[in-house]
Design a protein around this ligand. Sequence first.
Ligand SMILES: [Zn+2]
Ligand SMILES: [Zn+2]
Length: 141
Amino acid sequence: MSDLLERLRGRGWRLTSQRRVVAEVLDGEHVHLTADEVHARAAQRLPEISRATVYNTLGELVGLGEVLEVATDGRAKRYDPNAHHAHQHLVCSGCGAIRDVHPQGDPLAALPAAERFGFVLSGAEITYRGLCPDCTAGPVR
Ligand SMILES: [Zn+2]
Ligand SMILES: [Zn+2]
């Protein structure tokens, strides 16, 4: 489990039932849900929750730095609660499955000084692509 709810409590984030459901839906490992998926899951627990509330809550969580926005391949943005442990993403070109991965070494160090153009680096986002085991196995018969 990620500790998203605990982190939010620690920050004194006002936990209404609607916000709590959004945070609960986002809790866990390798969670990368689109806003619509968050809404669908939240609505299973709290049928009256509106899409606007989900979107607003996601925006707030991103603003707080407790949830990351992940964009892959022009697909819909995904929301990732694993905001405090540097990680990269492994994306399936077939079904879009995303895993959190932790390449060895410092990705910033991989960029030579000559290619930094005087920038002070603050981060790197690397997307590894391939086919997941389900997609490698071919179509379901
Ligand atoms: Zn796949
Ligand atoms: Zn992630």
